[in-house]
Structure formats: C-alpha cells, structure tokens
Design a protein around this ligand. Sequence first.
Ligand SMILES: *[C@@H]1O[C@H](CO)[C@@H](O)[C@H](O)[C@H]1NC(C)=O
Length: 299
Amino acid sequence: TSVIYIQTYLERIRQELKSRLGEFLYYCPVSLALDKELVDCSVSPSLQFAAEFHGHYYKMASTEYLQKFLETPEKFVPPLAPYPLPPMNMLPKRLTTAAVKAMFPRQAEMMGFCPVTFLDGNLRYEALVAGTIEYAVEYRGKIFIFENEEKLDKFMRKPEIYWNLKLPHKLPPKKEPVLLTSLPMLGYLEQGVATAIIKALTAVGCLKPKYPFMSMKKSALLYTAYHLKAFNPKNSTYVRKKYKKKMEQFEDGCQLISYLGSIMTSRYKEPKERPNDFDHKLEIFLALKGTQPALSLVI
Ligand SMILES: *[C@@H]1O[C@H](CO)[C@@H](O)[C@H](O)[C@H]1NC(C)=O
C-alpha cells in the first residue's frame, strides 16, 4: 500500500507540475537562454532538476543548469529571458516508426538523407548519408529522418539550422536494395535483366551465329540463351563454366560452315590436295545433321 501511496503522490505532483508549467513547458529555460537550444525534459519523468519560481514550475536539463537557474531565476524567465519558446507548431516532434508509416505516401525531406550528418559534414558529397525511419522527426509540417539517435537529438535541439538545407545536384545512389517486384514492368526489366540481355544480344550481333542444319533464328536464340546462362551472376561458377563450354562448342560448330565454305571449291580435289583437317571437319559437319544442340545441361 505504501508503494501505491507514493505512486499516487508522485502522480499528483506531476499533475500539479503540468497545470503550473511555466512559459517554457518542459523545455529547459537555461539551455534556451545560454545555448539557444531546445532541450525537451518531458522525456524523463524525473523531477530531479525541477524548480518553482513565481508560482510556475520549470524543468532543467542538468544539475549545473538547475544551479544556474536557482542563482538568478529572473534572468531565465520573461521578461528578461533572451529567447521565447517557439509556438507549439514550430517545435520539433519525434515520430514513431508507426507514425511515419501511417503518414505514407508523404516522404521524408532531403530525399531521406540525414540533414545533420550533411551540414555537420560541411555539405560535402561524402556527408550525404541516408536516414532511417526509426529516427524521424516532424518539424514545420515536414518529415526528417536521421542517421542515428545522436543526430536526431542534435536536430531536436537546433532544428532551425538544419531544416532548410539544399541538396547538391549529384547524389549518391540509394543503398537499400530496391525490391524488384515492387517496380513497374519497364523498371523491373531495366533493373533486373537489361544488362544481361544487352550483353547477350551484343555477342549475338558480333558472332552472327549459324549452326549447321539449324535456322538462323534458332541459332541466334540458342546462342543468346547460352550466353545468358554462361554469365548468370546468380548461378554457381560451376554451372557458368559448363555453359561457357557449351557456348564454345556451339561457336565451333558455327565456324565449321565458314571454314568449309572457304576451302571447298566447285572442282573436286584429291585428298592430298586438301588442307590437313578438312576431311575431319567435314565429317564433324555431316555428323551434326540430325543432332541438335539443346539448352538443357546435364550436371
Ligand atoms: C542455375 O543453373 C541451373 C541449370 O541451368 C538452373 O536449373 C538454375 O535455376 C540456375 N539457378 C539460378 C539461381 O539461376
């Protein structure tokens, strides 16, 4: 029962504190006057650094600032206080992850880069670091996200120096992997397969493959398929190697045609007049009739 009693008692003090808060609400008047910083003391429920002056309650950020306040309280409250607390709608408000998600499709300012890291890094390109929605603040109706808790805290204290920065034209690429399936069709193709297809088609264009006894269309398609398989970065080195081998054999097959075509003459030549490997290659060529290379790989 005594625990309950103390809890009730503390709760009553908090209620009273709330009803008699001074002009600075839960913000430390000493931090505002001396550092021009907004230090929100509502975060800690402790009343350790609280003081009363002229019937109003004030909460300070530290023992040191409580001491300063107690020495000359009139210097820290109106009319002598150098800076007033900004109006409510001009105070930064921390946002939970759920709150940020609920605000979708509204996006973070600065394309999600951390404004504190950027300004503290002298607005350099290297200081453009993405924020995360775990560290989010709403200020002047805009959402800002930060690299970490420390940067968020700096912003909360002095939002006016960080909120209106201009991004440079050149921006680093976003780090977080884009979910391919979330992209529209063209974007999906561009991000997912464009490079591989361009490379394969370039190879087809350079080689202009025509396999013995196979149509040009089928030869080109099959060669494209081999190329895609042989350079598929998602597959194992072993599988890629196997397909490179198949691709080379296919290329050799294609070369038979131009080779034989360049040697053969309309006039019959005696075997000894023919180049060394001609007969052998002709045999290979003829043996290809009726056998078609396939894409499937037996591992
Ligand atoms: C790797 O290659 C094998 C054989 O072609 C194929 O069955 C498999 O789907 C490929 N894996 C990936 C991740 O592309």
